[in-house]
Design a protein around this ligand. Structure first.
Ligand code: DC
Length: 227
């Protein structure tokens, strides 16, 4: 699977631009895309819909059983379905992001999602975006990127994204939320947010998404893509 199919692993903290960069890379290369954060967000949302408390061990059952589907709408926007309900907007809220970070610290939830995630590695290739793509999910990926940005740039980006969607947010509160989420993701016992030993770090603080994409495409060409 991942041995026969090239994987570009993009890991990093919230707001580092991973999602935009991963989408752009997948489009440029004609590769599949794995937004692994969406899976943890779906577990958090499905648990909340089932009335589970945030730390409930029953989230692992939810992760194993949930019926999910990804699609593209007529406006070319990505769509995410949970049990046939479109939840694309619901999973992007900060509340669901925080729930996702909490459920993601449960090793049984992570184990329940492992094979689903590896199943995305199909020819001609995969761009995988998350926290543990290069360390745990795809350790043999020929190209691993660890994307960072200053804390203030990351908070400002997330603020702009939410404002664009018409969500009323407060920059200070958002910065605190992001700091708390990153601390939890980086210090958990299983699959913490950490750069793989063979990852290339890119600081996107002063770069546009297109500049990061160009840099990663150059790396991909030198490493494994001949097109
Ligand atoms: O990338 P995101 O903001 O959509 O991710 C939401 C949360 O999911 C994040 O705070 C931590 C968790 N997550 C994870 O633990 N491992 C991944 N590979 C992706 C996300």
């Amino acid at each position: 699977m991942s041995e026969r199919c090239p994987v570009i692993a993009i890991d990093g903290p919230s707001g580092s631009g991973k999602g935009t960069v991963a989408r752009g890379l997948a489009r440029a290369l004609g590769f599949h895309l794995l937004d692994s954060g969406a899976l943890y967000r779906l577990v958090g949302l499905a648990g909340a819909k089932a009335g589970l408390a945030p730390g409930s061990p029953r989230h692992a059952e939810v992760a194993a059983a949930m019926a999910i589907r990804f699609g593209v709408g007529s406006d070319a926007q990505e769509q995410v379905f949970l049990d046939d309900e479109e939840v694309s907007g619901q999973i992007r809220t900060e509340d669901v992001g925080n729930l996702a970070s909490q459920v993601a610290s449960d090793p049984k939830v992570r184990a329940a999602l492992t094979e689903r995630q590896r199943g995305f590695a199909l020819p001609p290739g995969l761009v995988a975006d998350g926290r543990d793509m290069g360390t745990v999910l795809f350790p043999k990926a020929p190209l691993k990127i660890f994307l960072t940005a200053s804390a203030s740039a990351r908070a400002q980006r997330r603020y702009n994204q939410l404002k664009d969607k018409g969500v009323d947010v407060n920059l200070v509160g958002l910065s605190l939320d992001i700091a708390e989420r990153d601390a939890r993701d980086a210090t958990r016992a299983v699959a913490p947010l950490v750069a793989a030993a063979d990852a290339i770090s890119i600081d996107s603080t002063t770069l546009t998404a297109d500049e990061v994409i160009t840099r990663v495409l150059q790396l991909a060409r030198t490493r494994f893509i001949t097109r």
